[in-house]
Design a protein around this ligand. Structure first.
Ligand code: ADQ
Length: 747
């Protein structure tokens, strides 16, 4: 069913692209978010659309109308057979992502809100890790990507919103490699020590690193992300320019603090009627989604403490807390509701008089005009989240302050604290400090209130949500810089401490590591510079060099041509070199004949440029010359033939390796060389570095984990067990040149 749906999305997309091209204009925008800009509900009359409130929708709506494009998201309910999202004279396209109730349960309430939400808000004790939630998250992200790719408009800027869709960029990149992919993360990005608690942290980071641009609200989140990419994925990072190089991809990381629709709130505050309140009643206001990150219990505690410390506020000040019901499917949220009910009851019970209740608590959503009036009339806004990406309530309060200026009390732990400098700051965990801040706000003189509020309003008017969208889209349109090529100084930082005063054994793969991959293996020759670097390494008496390749041993010896090196051919099934006993795996003889017959069998799938490289007991089936679209089918047939002949087919770069099933790989070969050359306690005598570029090198990376420094070169499609990623062959050369020229150990 999804297939048919995707086809229809693709057909619509084609039509829209044609219309836009004939009209000319900017590249279209594709917004991808968990929810569409409206929610669909089912009633007796059928399906209906209700616009979703919120600054993001109102800011993006005009941009989409002007540039053309698509909004992709979930409609808010599971559509039944034959039901479609109702059309409504849309000026841009709407593509719904179908999700079942069960998927919403695991992907949305589960992984998004029970794992990522608490973790990103630095509340790891509340995070739950359930593999079934993760699998649903993966599946749903893939579906969002499929719908996006089916839009088929390579010229569009794709802008993905928020933590529900961290894997989508990578999946979109696979389906549409040239797309300009951008992402905005609306919640905090936590420090490395917290993010790594997630069992799937590397997959999530890799998902985002497929983007050209990743945006955060504040510098701290951006730096946390860079830190995680470097320490968990071995990516190269330029902190100053906020660039991450992951394999052969580079992402720009940017800081874009979000704003609100300032004019709309200000206007609503001016127009809203006066609800009329008791003379002398002063109001401290809290407005939040009912969420444990918002610190509502702490806030009630602080207000209670205020009444204890400063009894003059009793009877005169009321704390008005509005809370919109939120995520009530999640147990922690239901518990929080109960806790707040109890707290409010306790404080009111303790201090209320016949004519005054200290706390008024409304558990519901309030329409914009009423909310604006409440903001306008509040003497103090108490915005004290325990952690918050930005916090729009602080900004809305400021926009609505059109009368006698009030005071904003703001948690230092909200992103908004980075820019809203004129607020009174508190640590929300410090009840005493918050109580004193409320007292200070209630007793602040008019002049100070006016100057603080004027500065806050000026900034929020200028940096509104429209400005935010513009600055993000401008950055998205710019082509970002690449990182500086790897330098010997950089290599020194990675290696110097590790190999100081040790002998070094350097294992190097050949194709894709020492030379770029070519159409035919015979074209992949060493550059003179690389040859020189290799020779200089081999000349050192504290360094040994081994080449570990999938090629036959004869071929690799010939093509490298240096007599002093150790060579392991056929993925280590054959080993030769100075100081190492000549090795051929015992079972190899049995496979030589079988390989010959397999070569013959494969000739039937040698179509469209596919060919077989015979390497004695093993072989490689190459499809680099085959058009990309035809590869999967040809590879599939080759895979079946190999398996039928009793070989293990293994994916390689544009190729399939046929390996004898004899439990031997590059990892075992490396271990064999090390033991043979240096004895069983080799790890105490030498330091080991391994550099390779493909899946067959992963065996060595896993084997050597903890026992060596390992580097994976080139494309970043899969996670690696290597310590670090290098972008290309030039970076390998810088590595070898540093090794060749390093200071000798002091003996
Ligand atoms: P949220 O966690 O939803 O957003 P926030 O920025 O505070 O948090 O926005 C809450 C919104 O709900 C405000 O627009 C507010 O007016 C509204 N609201 C709250 N209580 C209400 C009530 N009782 N009635 C009506 N409306 C009510 C996430 C991140 C934030 C980030 C935003 C935008 O968690 O940190 O600022 O995205 O990027």
């Amino acid at each position: 069913m999804l297939r048919g749906y995707l086809d229809s999305v693709a057909r619509q997309a084609e039509k829209a692209t044609e219309t836009r091209r004939s009209a000319g204009g900017e590249s279209p925008l594709v917004v991808v978010s968990n929810r569409l800009p409206f929610t669909v509900t089912r009633s007796a009359q059928g399906l209906e659309r209700r616009p979703s409130p919120g600054g993001l929708v109102s800011a993006l709506d005009p941009v989409l109308r002007k540039r053309g494009g698509t909004w992709i998201g979930w409609a808010g309910l599971e559509l039944r057979e034959g039901e479609r999202i109702p059309a409504d004279h849309d000026e841009y396209r709407i593509a719904g992502v179908p999700l079942s109730d069960a998927e919403i349960q695991r992907y949305y309430h589960g992984f998004s809100n029970r794992t990522l939400w608490p973790l990103c808000h630095s509340l790891p004790a509340l995070a739950r890790y359930d593999r079934r939630d993760w699998l649903a998250y993966e599946r749903v992200n893939q579906r969002f990507a499929d719908v996006t790719v089916a839009q088929g408009d390579g010229s569009a800027v794709v802008w993905i919103q928020d933590y529900h869709l961290m894997l989508a960029p990578e999946r979109i990149r696979m389906g549409a490699p040239d797309t300009r992919l951008t992402f905005f993360f609306h919640i905090p990005f936590p420090p490395y020590d917290i993010f790594r608690l997630c069992p799937w942290d590397r997959e999530l980071l890799q998902g985002l690193l497929a983007c050209d641009l990743v945006g955060f609200h504040v510098e701290g989140y951006a730096q946390n992300f860079l830190d995680c990419a470097e320490r968990r994925l071995g990516a190269r990072v330029d902190r100053k320019n906020r660039l991450v190089e992951y394999g052969d991809l580079t992402s720009q990381v940017g800081v874009f603090p979000i704003g609100i629709e300032f004019d709309a709130y200000e206007d609503a505050a001016r127009k809203a009627s006066d609800p009329g309140r008791r003379p002398r009643e002063r109001v401290v206001l809290g407005v939040d989604r009912l969420d444990y990150t918002k610190g509502i219990p702490n806030r009630i505690g602080a207000f209670e403490r205020l009444l204890e410390l400063h009894p003059e506020h009793r009877e005169n000040v009321t704390f008005l807390q509005l809370a919109v019901p939120s995520r009530s499917q999640v147990a922690e949220y239901r518990e929080l509701k109960r806790e707040i009910d109890e707290l409010v009851g306790r404080v009111n019970g303790r201090f209320a008089s016949a004519s005054w209740s200290p706390i008024r608590y409304l558990y519901r959503s309030v329409p914009r005009d009423r909310l604006a009036a409440m903001y306008r009339d509040a003497d103090v806004a108490l915005v004290t989240p325990l952690r918050d990406g930005m916090n729009l309530v602080a900004k809305e309060y400021v926009a609505c302050q059109v009368g006698e200026p009030g005071v904003l009390i703001l948690s230092r732990l909200a992103g908004a604290a980075e820019t809203m400098r004129e607020a009174l700051f508190v640590n929300p965990y410090d009840v005493e400090e918050t109580a004193e801040a409320i007292h200070r706000a209630l007793t602040m003189d008019a002049e100070e209130r006016a100057s603080r509020m004027a500065a806050l309003r000026r900034r929020e008017r200028r940096d509104d949500v429209e400005a935010w969208v513009q600055s993000f889209l401008e950055a998205a349109a710019e082509s970002h810089e690449s990182l500086q090529p790897v330098t010997e100084d950089e290599v020194e930082g990675w290696l110097a401490g590790y190999i100081r005063d040790y002998r070094l054994v350097l294992f190097l793969d050949y194709d894709g590591t020492l030379t770029p991959l070519r159409g035919h293996p015979s074209e992949a020759l060493l550059s003179p510079e690389m040859r020189k670097a290799l020779e200089r390494c081999a000349e050192r008496d504290d360094t040994e060099v081994a080449i570990v390749s999938g090629r036959s041993i004869g071929d690799i010896q010939k093509i490298v041509g240096h007599p002093e090196l150790i060579y392991a051919g056929n993925h280590g099934l054959e080993i030769e070199g100075p100081g190492v006993e000549h090795f051929r795996h015992d079972d190899l003889v049995h496979y030589r004949e079988r390989a010959e017959s397999l070569v013959e069998q494969l000739s039937e799938v040698e179509e469209r440029g596919a060919w077989t490289e015979a390497k004695g007991p093993t072989l490689t089936f190459h499809v680099r010359a085959v058009p990309e679209k035809l590869r999967p089918e040809i590879l599939d047939r080759a895979r079946r033939i190999m398996a039928g002949a009793g070989y293990q087919p293994r994916d390689a770069h544009a190729a399939l390796e046929a390996r004898p099933p004899i439990g031997w790989d590059k990892g075992r070969a490396v271990l064999h060389i090390l033991r043979d050359r240096f004895g069983p306690s080799w790890s105490e005598k030498v330091r080991v570095i391994y550099v390779g570029d493909d899946e067959t090198d992963e065996d060595a990376f896993r084997f050597l984990a903890g026992l060596s420094l390992t580097f994976r070169v080139g494309s970043a499609e899969t996670l690696t067990a290597a310590t670090r990623r290098l972008p290309n062959v030039a970076a390998v050369r810088a590595l070898l040149e540093w090794i060749a020229g390093r200071r000798s150990p002091d003996r």
